[in-house]
Design a protein around this ligand. Sequence first.
Ligand code: AMP
Length: 515
Amino acid sequence: MHNANLYQALREGFPDDLQRIAVETDQGLAYSWSDLERGSAMMANWIESLTLPASSRIAVQVEKSVEVLMLYLATLRSGHVFLPLNPAYQAAEMAYFIGNAEPALVVCSPEKFSSVSKIAFQSGTTYVVTLDDQRTGSLLQRAAHHSDLHTPVHRQPDDIAAIIYTSGTTGRSKGAMLSHGNLLSNASVLNDYWGWQVGDVLIHALPIFHVHGLFVAIHGALLSGSPMCWHSRFDPARVLADMSRATVLMGVPTFYTRLLALPGLNKSACAGMRLFISGSAPMLVDTFVQWQERTGHTVLERYGMSETVMLTSNPYRADPRFGGATERIGGSVGFALPSVDLRIVSAAGEPLPRGEVGSIQVKGPNVFAGYWRMPEKNAQEFTADGYFITGDMGTLDDKGYVRIVGRSKDLIISGGLNVYPAEIEDVLNNLPGVAESAVVGVPHADFGEVGFAFVLARPGSALQADHLLQSLKGRLANFKLPKYCQLVPELPRNAMGKVQKNVLREIGKLGSDTN
Ligand code: AMP
């Protein structure tokens, strides 16, 4: 019977000549395709020697390195469940994740060994080993004793390959269970949709504890046999330098704004690039336009989430399902990907006409199997007819382009009327002197909630909060006008560049009390 192990499919994408370079790092190291195959085989053989229970969770909290990539592949090969964790998590957060996931094996950095191993052993973990970003640690020592030949364990499409904990900006973080089938179907769709081709070289500068860097970027490169320029962290100057030998960049919007700040970013620096992809957070239309002007390239924005991997994308080439549309539109996240069934519904769950804002619901082979040990959340977040309620609000236009207006939890209900922060942010961002803004709801005695705008000024502009509020009058209906505004030197963001609206709400609550 066919083996649905994701590694098997990724391995089939490797080039015939395994001695070619697969990954070149910013520390000057080169790994061949054979190194990836053999290194992951040795780790898989070591993992199998531990005789862990089937589908054990392997929790990994380490800095980015090619060895972590091998460990991910080894986990797939051995049929266990990869559970990546942000290296920034502190002991209390680790205690929650380890307590919730009950991993059989934990891999952490040598510096965190004493704190993480204590937490892990208390939660019943049997093995804790170390790995650092300089190729040392007990994981590699142990794997070194094992054979470099390994056959991937037989898996069914529904078997779980990874658990990704959501960033949990509201309430407890939830472990989204993604199967081998979820990941492979999405990777195959993107492989075709984004036109991965022989000769592609990916600049990989994203973290690998998140779907964007771990699945979208890595699967794209491996499945198409494309080498990667591997950056341990995002450094705009290094990314710019690598554009001369690469073809694809995947980034969060912050990558693009930081690259735009470099005087060397111009058409000739990007001449060999084929595709610039952005996602994980909304890209400002201003950034989209500036990128076009400076580089001659149109960024392709896409939308997805931990629970579903990718859902929508602007077209790379003519999409026959949407009248052959080829246009990538700034501020839009494009069309539902082939195989993704996406609908916009009202609060009552009724499908809405095109153009109306509603809740985005999705179904498809990429949609996760549910949250780890949270049956009550699964019941709440899937509809009776099997759609996943993404928690995002958006619209679908006549041509089929999706626009995201924000998380439903960020919706402001003022005097009983819905106010979408993205609409106010758009108007604010277009005012002279405004670089960026974020609007959140804060409690209000009269209206229930009112908007609080946080605004980042362009360098050299002399903005004043009360003038900004005045300027919005006449540009937005009265009920949408924020009541408060504060100028800030920067917006708080998480590791994926998402504005942390929960943090702003707390600041807003304090600010509005004293206003
Ligand atoms: P995560 O699970 O951490 O990947 O976060 C997923 C969330 O990020 C989505 O539900 C959206 O709210 C947001 N997101 C991802 N991509 C985009 C995008 N291109 N534009 C706007 N929001 C996005």
